[in-house]
Write a protein that binds this ligand. Structure first.
Ligand SMILES: *Cc1c(COP(=O)(O)O)cnc(C)c1O
Length: 356
């Protein structure tokens, strides 16, 4: 605290990301990073930008990247907005499209950054509880009083559970007066993307990241897909904040990542295969594992406390994520899908901890 702080700083409750400890030999399954290195083509494209070109500012519109993303989704570049990670894209979305008189709706168990942005921008929110099976229930959103916007991850985080595209469509059909943001950070691991609905619904914004399914959490690239009017709102905020959120390395690496379809499909396939093996092995050990369409699983053990399990695993040099709140998920562990070897290490560590 300092008397030099502005009023708003006193009122902030910042997001706390998963730890990035520097412990040798750690099996790091706490932040849903990809366990495999990025496409070699990405590394090559970045290397080509590390010379004399760094003297010059990057393209403020990141046109080459927006075109590559548009190609991938069968959309036009004017339907694409890019930012410094999807967290930055989301921040601009809150400011540009979700700040209205009526409250923003989001699931009670969801990405914990949403309430942080809402607080930063003075947006009131209404939490809509997940159902008994931890699923998003579209009818509850349609039954709520007037809203200033709706946001949810699909698959949801930290549950990993996907909402079928037919349900997303039903939500859009019943909610045309405010923006619906579908945060698809994990969609490539088995859910149906709403990107194909963008031409049909002018109130839909779909947000993606290169951090998970393209192994580029360190490069900081995210994007939004939507009607050009929604994109223009985001550009107006961005150009009032930072003209160059993506540097030359991020633009070049991002283009190469979007274009290397073979690497992308192979990596998603491997991740899904390991996830299914890990989920089955956890169930064999007595865990209840929610059905995951993401690169992590959310699981609880009837005989064990979530915080104690996470601490026990940490002693065995395996890092997983545990959320104390809300109370309803305090028994769960969120475990990222690692390599086959990391999965074996996780299971061995769990056997040690469960045997105590
Ligand atoms: C990881 C994640 C993001 C943020 O991704 P970045 O692009 O790395 O900022 C956004 N939303 C959800 C639900 C996530 O899990």
């Amino acid at each position: 605290m300092s008397r030099y702080w502005s009023d708003i700083v006193h009122q902030l409750t910042p997001y706390v990301p998963g730890e990035q400890p520097k412990i040798a030999g750690l099996v790091k399954l706490n932040t849903n990073e990809c366990p495999y290195p990025p496409s070699p083509r990405v590394l090559q494209a970045i290397a080509e930008q590390t010379g004399e070109a760094l003297r010059l500012y990057p393209d403020p519109q990141a046109t080459a990247l927006r075109e590559a993303i548009a190609r991938h989704h069968g959309l036009k570049a004017e339907q694409v907005f890019v930012g410094n990670g999807s967290d930055e894209v989301l921040a601009h979305v809150f400011m540009a499209l979700l700040r209205h008189e009526a409250p923003l709706l989001h699931p009670d168990i969801s990405y914990s950054f949403y309430p942080v942005y809402a607080r930063l921008y003075g947006i009131t929110t209404r939490e809509i509880p997940l159902d008994e099976q931890f699923a998003i229930r579209v009818d509850d959103y349609l039954a709520a009083p007037a809203n200033g916007g709706i946001i949810f991850p699909n698959p949801n985080a930290p549950t990993g559970m996907a909402l079928p595209l037919s349900e997303v469509r039903r939500l859009l059909q019943g909610n045309r007066e405010s923006v619906v943001v579908v945060d698809e950070a994990y969609v490539d691991f088995g859910a149906e993307s709403a990107a194909r609905l963008v031409d049909e619904f002018p109130q839909l914004l779909v947000v993606h990241t290169l951090s998970k399914s393209r192994a580029l959490a360190g490069l900081r690239v995210g994007y939004a897909l939507g009607h050009p009017d929604l994109i223009e709102a985001l550009v107006r905020v961005k150009d009032s904040f930072n003209s160059y959120p993506l540097d030359r390395l991020a633009i070049a690496g991002g283009v190469a990542a979007m274009d290397d379809v073979a690497w992308f499909e192979d990596t998603c396939r491997r991740t899904i295969a390991t996830r299914e093996r890990m989920a089955a092995a956890l169930r064999d050990r007595g865990f209840e594992v929610l059905p995951s369409a993401a690169n992590f699983v959310f699981a609880r053990h009837p005989g064990h406390d979530g915080a104690e399990l996470a601490a026990g695993l940490r002693e065995q040099r395996v890092l997983v994520r545990h959320f104390r709140r809300p109370e309803r998920i305090a028994a769960f562990l969120r475990i990222s899908v690692g390599t086959e070897e990391q999965t074996d290490a996780l299971l061995a560590a769990l056997d040690t901890v469960l045997a105590r």
